[in-house]
Design a protein around this ligand. Structure first.
Ligand code: NAD
Length: 362
C-alpha cells in the first residue's frame, strides 16, 4: 500500500506501507533516485534487534551509523551536536541521505539533525515503534527538547520517503506497543468512529499482534494523519486536533520529569481527563466515554504515574500556559469522530478532569 502526503512546498513524499517492505528498501531508494551515501541514525535497542535486517535491506550499499542511547533523554541538543560531528567526520555532504531508523525519539532527533546539516540532507524515515509507524513519522515535525520544554527546538522538515514495515514491531517490548496504541486510539476519537468501534471490539487482538487488525489500525492512522497535515501543514488550525489528550498528557510527562510515563501513556491519561471534561460540559455521550475508558484500560496504556498530586500537575500546566502565552486550549470530543478546540476551560473544569484521573489511578 502506498500513501502520498502532499506538501504546500515542493516536498511531497510517499509512505510505503506493507509487511516486509523493508526488504524492498534498496529498490525503493533507487526508484526514488536516492543513491546515498547513507547515514543511519538509530538507538542501541533498535539496532541490536533490527540492525541486521536494515543492513541486509541496504544490499551492500555503504552506510555509516550513529547509535544514541534509547529513550527521551537522547532528544537533546547534546545528541543533535554529536550527530552533526558524526556527519562531518564521516564526510557527509549535500548528496548524502540520513536514515532515521527507530521510534519517535530517533525520528524527531535524526530528522532535526538532517534538517540542519548543510541546510538539509535527504531524510528517510523508517519507523520501528507502533507510535512512530502510526503517527510521528508522518507530518514533518522534527525537534529536540529544551530542559524547560518538550520539542522546543525544531522545524518542519518533510522526509523524502517513509518506509513503514509492521514486521519491525515484532521485537518491540509490550509496554512500548501499548504506549503506541494509546496514541493511536486518539485517531478513533478525533476522526474515525469506525476505527473507534474496531478498537473497542479488537484491542486484545491488536495486542496479540493480529496482522490484519494491526495492519488496518496503522493504515487508518496514517491516512488520517496525512489528511490532517495536508490541510494544515504548519499547525495554524485543524492540525491542533492531533493534540487531543496532549494538554494534560504533556503536563504529566513534565511533572514526572519524562522518567515515569511513555509519551503514549501520558496521552492516554490526558484523553481520559479531556473526555471527562467533555462529559461534564454535556458535550459528549457518556456511553462513548465509557467505551474510550474501556479501550484505554484494555490497551494497557494507562500505566500508573506514582504519587503525583493535583498541584504538581497544575504547576506543570501553568508552565505550558506560560509557554503558549495565553489561555490553555483543550481538544474535546463533540461526538466520536469529531472534536473541537475549546479555549474557555475554567480552572474548576481542569481540576475536575485531574481529580477524575487521580481517582481512577487508585
Ligand atoms: P522511542 O523512540 O523512545 O521508542 C521506545 C522504545 O522502544 C525505545 O527504548 C527504543 O529503543 C525501543 N524500540 C523502538 N523500536 C524497537 C523495535 N522495533 N524493537 C525493539 N525495541 C524498539 O519512543 P516512541 O514512543 O516511538 O516515540 C516517542 C517520541 O515521539 C516522543 O519524543 C514524542 O514527543 C514523539 N512524537 C513525535 C511526533 C511528531 O509528529 N514528530 C508525534 C508523536 C510523538
Amino acid at each position: 500500500m502506498e500513501f502520498t502526503c502532499k506538501s504546500a512546498t515542493d516536498r511531497t513524499y510517499r509512505v510505503h506501507f506493507e509487511w516486509g517492505i523493508l526488504n524492498q528498501l534498496k529498490s525503493i531508494l533507487d526508484q526514488e533516485n536516492i543513491p546515498g551515501p547513507f547515514y543511519v541514525i538509530s538507538d542501541r535497542n533498535v539496532f541490536r534487534h533490527q540492525g541486521r535486517r536494515l543492513e541486509e535491506a541496504l544490499r551492500g550499499a555503504p552506510f555509516h551509523h550513529f547509535l544514541a542511547p534509547p529513550g527521551e533523554t537522547s532528544k537533546d541538543l547534546k545528541y543533535w551536536k554529536r550527530i552533526q560531528d558524526f556527519l562531518l567526520k564521516k564526510g557527509a555532504d549535500r548528496r548524502s541521505a540520513v536514515i532515521a531508523f527507530g521510534g519517535g525519539v530517533i525520528g524527531d532527533l535524526a530528522g532535526f539533525a538532517a534538517s540542519t546539516y548543510m541546510r538539509g540532507l535527504d531524510l528517510i524515515q523508517i519507523p520501528t515503534t507502533l507510535l512512530s509507524q502510526s503517527d510521528s513519522s508522518i507530518g514533518a515535525k522534527v525537534a529536540v527538547n529544551h530542559p524547560k520544554a518538550k520539542n522546543l527546538i525544531g522545524s518542519f522538515y518533510q522526509p523524502r520517503i517513509v518506509i513503514t514495515d509492521p514486521a519491525l514491531l515484532e521485537s518491540l517490548p509490550p509496554r512500548e506497543f501499548s504506549a503506541g496504541l494509546g496514541e493511536a486510539i486518539k485517531y478513533g476519537v478525533i476522526s474515525d468512529p469506525e476505527l473507534f468501534e474496531l478498537l473497542h471490539a479488537n484491542v486484545e487482538k491488536i495486542l496479540s499482534y493480529d496482522r490484519e487488525m494491526l495492519g488496518s489500525l496503522i493504515a487508518r492512522c496514517i491516512a488520517i494523519k496525512i489528511q490532517v497535515v495536508e490541510e494544515d501543514e504548519r499547525e495554524s488550525g485543524l492540525r491542533k486536533i492531533l493534540n487531543f489528550g496532549h494538554t494534560i498528557g504533556h503536563a504529566l510527562e513534565q511533572a514526572t520529569r519524562y522518567k515515569v510515563l511513555r509519551h503514549g501513556e501520558a496521552v492516554a491519561w490526558g484523553m481520559l481527563a479531556a473526555g471527562w471534561i467533555a462529559i461534564r460540559r454535556n458535550m459528549w455521550d457518556s456511553g462513548e466515554f465509557e467505551k474510550l475508558k474501556s479501550i484505554l484500560v484494555r490497551s494497557k496504556s494507562m500505566v500508573p504515574f506514582g504519587d503525583l498530586k493535583r498541584t504538581d500537575i497544575l504547576n506543570a500546566l501553568k508552565h505550558d500556559k506560560k509557554k503558549a502565552g495565553k489561555k490553555l486550549s483543550f481538544v474535546l470530543p463533540e461526538r466520536t469522530g469529531k472534536v473541537t478546540i475549546v479555549k474557555d476551560i475554567s480552572q474548576e473544569e481542569i481540576e475536575t478532569g485531574l481529580d477524575y484521573i487521580l481517582r481512577f489511578r487508585n
